[in-house]
Design a protein around this ligand. Structure first.
Ligand code: BTN
Length: 256
């Protein structure tokens, strides 16, 4: 995949911008990076706090030649890549299904994958937000979020992080496209997540609150949950909240 980077001081949302470029026919590998987002978006229509200097705001266009059933695996692939990139800057990064990046149980980054039909076929935009500095986060997010600066006591080098992220995304995206790539990505995701197996969690899905123990991932990336009424398969689009059982911390930019 050939990478081309477009940088902006400020955009509405790097995902919205990347979706626009994809519609206009941009190639796979176009990366949009902004210093600030005026309408940064999280999952479930949530706001993503995106002040200048606070985070890395990054989106990449992919045009995967994989079947639609493998689309959720692209999100997992991005999670694995972002995890490994972050680990070059911070220790003990965890992945919470479906795609929260955590350190010490606090959210340090998130991923928003979106698709759009274009004249050249389906395009997928993977948007990644990583908290660089939490000293300027609003107080309500400081409870549930952390940042590279907070964890290391140093100002992160955001351009080094960008290039590391691009390196891992290119690497794992290539693996996903190989024979058996989906199974490899699933295994790599499981290896990096303390949530994949045997974790007691509370899940909000379809307006219902479920309690259960995680039991790995299905081949398509769905989460298996052992509940009192049997094993349930939870799909990413349906889950509004997943948190360790007994944890009542807040939503939004923080760990949910
Ligand atoms: C989440 O955890 O809810 C996902 C957050 C994703 C935020 C990133 S920041 C770059 C890209 N542009 C956006 O508007 N959102 C994603």
């Amino acid at each position: 995949m050939e990478i081309r980077i477009l940088r902006f001081d400020a955009v509405d949302s790097t995902n919205t911008s990347a979706l626009r470029h994809a519609k206009q026919g941009a190639d796979e590998g176009l990366v949009i990076i902004a210093g600030e987002q005026t309408v940064g978006r999280g999952r479930f229509g949530r706001n993503w706090y995106s002040a200048a200097g606070s985070g890395l705001y990054f989106s990449i266009i992919l045009r995967p030649a994989i079947s639609l059933t493998h689309l959720p695996l692209l999100t997992l692939m991005a999670g694995v890549a972002a995890h490994d990139a972050l680990e070059e800057f911070v220790q003990d990064v965890d992945l919470k299904w479906v795609n929260d990046l955590l350190v010490r149980g606090l959210k340090i980054g998130g991923i928003l994958a979106e698709t759009t039909e274009t004249a050249r076929g389906l395009a997928v935009v993977i948007g990644i937000g990583i908290n660089l500095r939490s000293s300027i986060l609003p107080p309500e997010l400081r409870q549930t979020a952390t940042s590279i600066e907070k964890e290391t006591g140093r100002q992160p080098d955001s351009s080094a992080l960008e290039f590391t992220l691009i390196r891992y995304l290119s690497y794992f995206y290539h693996i996903l496209g190989e024979d058996n790539g989906a199974a490899i990505i699933r295994e790599e995701w499981i290896k990096r997540s303390s949530f994949a197996n045997g974790k007691s969690v509370t899940v909000k899905t379809d307006g219902r609150i479920l309690n259960g123990i995680t039991d790995g991932l299905e081949a398509d990336g769905a989460l298996r949950l052992i509940t009192g009424s049997g094993i349930l398969t939870i799909r990413a689009g349906d889950v509004e909240m997943l948190r360790p059982a007994g944890d009542a911390s807040g939503l939004m930019h923080g760990a949910d």
